[in-house]
Design a protein around this ligand. Structure first.
Ligand SMILES: *[C@@H]1O[C@H](CO)[C@@H](O)[C@H](O)[C@H]1NC(C)=O
Ligand SMILES: *[C@@H]1O[C@H](CO)[C@@H](O)[C@H](O)[C@H]1NC(C)=O
Ligand SMILES: *[C@@H]1O[C@H](CO)[C@@H](O)[C@H](O)[C@H]1NC(C)=O
Ligand SMILES: *[C@@H]1O[C@H](CO)[C@@H](O)[C@H](O)[C@H]1NC(C)=O
Ligand SMILES: *[C@@H]1O[C@H](CO)[C@@H](O)[C@H](O)[C@H]1NC(C)=O
Ligand SMILES: *[C@@H]1O[C@H](CO)[C@@H](O)[C@H](O)[C@H]1NC(C)=O
Ligand SMILES: *[C@@H]1O[C@H](CO)[C@@H](O)[C@H](O)[C@H]1NC(C)=O
Ligand SMILES: CC(=O)N[C@H]1CO[C@H](CO)[C@@H](O)[C@@H]1O
Length: 381
């Protein structure tokens, strides 16, 4: 019993510390030059020429949970741009027309001045300049300190889909800066099974702002690849997909090849170390003859031999988009090198071809003699 008491005391202390840590969120408020043309997010009047930056980020919308305290510290003297936090503002006038009863404090104007507000009711609030319309942003207060409150709500679908399949997702979310939009997600330390991949793929189909997804060192097989490829078939915002060290195999490569013919967003596909042979390479190479967006393709550490090299070489003759092709640590052989050297003679856009660790160190320089003389940086032998 005593033991149990001790344990609960310990838990209490921990909870308390955690509570203190998460309940006080500090933003420093600076004024930075604002481009009248494009970079004033809320269309500030050019005459003002300045806008708020919260922790270096222009006019971001914030999220927090009830009972969390937001503290805004002014980092610049701003006699003409008094800063305030308010409710019931019109948008995008952000506190500029609110009466004093809707303001949470008197406006601050001097370096070091601070406003602390603890929100007790969920809803929409604002921060901004009480003088200038358009300077400021929105504060969304959620009901609890859950995933929804931790990030801008554009990617909630993805996070929620991962919550039950990746135990450490909460850790990622808790360390992610709140004033930033989630645009990169690294799930490499999850243990995702096929079900997890399917949930993630379904969530990806909803318009999200995620542009980079990294799922290295998992056991994504052809079925998982099919789910992901299907998601990319719908236009997502994703531009970079890293799947290093999985096992999608030739069938998985075939699924991605289908998607590559339609997707217009993906620029980097990393399929390094995925048990892909020349058979799977053929599908991808053929898809790239038609596709136009992919710029970086990493097929290193696979089982590609001279046949795969020939398919890719054929593609290089017509593809005008690929910039980087990594075929290091495969089994290209001298014949493969010869094919690729021929492909490169056509004026493709490729600026880096990596064929290291294919046992071509000695013989490669013959095949790529012209290339190496012209642009040595183009070939990595
Ligand atoms: C904003 O920056 C301040 C000062 O650098 C820092 O103490 C604070 O933790 C940052 N706030 C957030 C929400 O990251
Ligand atoms: C303002 O626009 C100019 C020209 O487009 C650009 O060079 C500059 O970096 C921009 N400044 C900011 C603060 O975004
Ligand atoms: C911030 O919120 C305003 C509305 O209050 C909206 O117009 C704007 O697009 C939002 N900005 C971002 C970056 O979400
Ligand atoms: C992804 O996370 C893993 C594990 O935490 C880390 O080793 C790796 O560097 C990260 N990769 C990227 C691209 O951020
Ligand atoms: C994503 O957004 C675009 C443009 O807003 C829209 O046309 C498209 O249907 C949306 N896609 C999905 C899957 O919601
Ligand atoms: C592919 O991923 C591996 C592992 O993270 C990395 O070492 C490699 O540089 C990546 N390839 C590209 C082209 O980014
Ligand atoms: C090479 O580029 C030039 C100029 O961009 C173009 O006119 C020509 O058709 C191209 N040749 C091949 C073989 O792609
Ligand atoms: C998705 C996409 O960009 N498809 C293009 C593939 O290439 C053909 C021929 O160049 C275009 O007609 C498609 O629009």
């Amino acid at each position: 019993m005593a033991h149990l008491l001790k344990l609960s005391f310990f838990l209490l202390v921990l909870t308390r510390v955690f509570h203190v840590l998460t309940s006080n969120v500090i933003y420093s408020v600076t004024f930075v030059p604002c481009n009248s043309s494009s970079t004033c997010p809320q269309g500030n009047p050019p005459a003002i020429g300045h806008t708020f930056a919260l922790n270096g980020t222009l006019n971001q919308n914030l999220t927090a949970s009830i009972n969390e305290q937001l503290r805004f510290v002014l980092d610049t003297n701003a006699p003409d741009d008094p800063f305030t936090v308010c409710q019931r503002s019109s948008e995008p006038n952000f506190c500029s027309e609110t009466t004093q009863s809707d303001q949470f404090s008197l406006p601050i104007t001097l370096t070091g001045n601070a406003i602390s507000v603890t929100f007790r009711t969920p809803g929409i609030y604002y921060y901004g300049s009480s003088k200038h319309p358009g300077m400021g942003g929105r504060i969304t207060i959620y009901t609890s300190n859950d995933l929804k409150s931790a990030l801008t709500n554009t990617n909630v679908d993805i996070l929620i889909s991962m919550q039950n399949v990746c135990k450490r997702i909460n850790a990622i979310v808790n360390t992610y800066p709140r004033y930033k939009m989630l645009d990169e997600l690294n799930l490499s330390f999850c243990t995702l099974n096929c079900d997890g991949i399917q949930k993630l793929s379904n969530a990806l189909r909803h318009n999200t702002t995620l542009t980079t997804l990294t799922i290295n060192y998992q056991e994504i097989d052809s079925e998982g690849a099919q789910h992901l490829a299907k998601a990319l078939y719908y236009e997502t915002a994703l531009t970079t997909l890293n799947l290093y060290n999985n096992r999608i195999g030739d069938l998985g490569a075939e699924f991605f090849a289908i998607t590559l013919q339609y997707n217009k967003m993906l620029t980097t596909l990393n399929l390094s170390s995925n048990s892909i042979s020349s058979k799977g390479t053929k599908f991808i190479a053929n898809a790239l003859k038609r596709n136009k967006t992919l710029k970086t393709l990493d097929l290193s550490v696979n089982n590609i031999n001279f046949k795969g090299a020939k398919y890719l070489a054929d593609t290089l003759k017509s593809n005008q988009h690929l910039i980087m092709l990594d075929l290091s640590l495969n089994h290209l052989g001298p014949e493969g090198a010869e094919h690729l050297a021929t492909g490169l003679k056509y004026n493709t856009t490729l600026t880096v071809l990596n064929i290291k660790y294919n046992g071509l160190e000695a013989i490669g320089s013959n095949y790529f003699q012209n290339e190496l003389a012209k642009t040595p940086s183009r070939i990595k032998l």
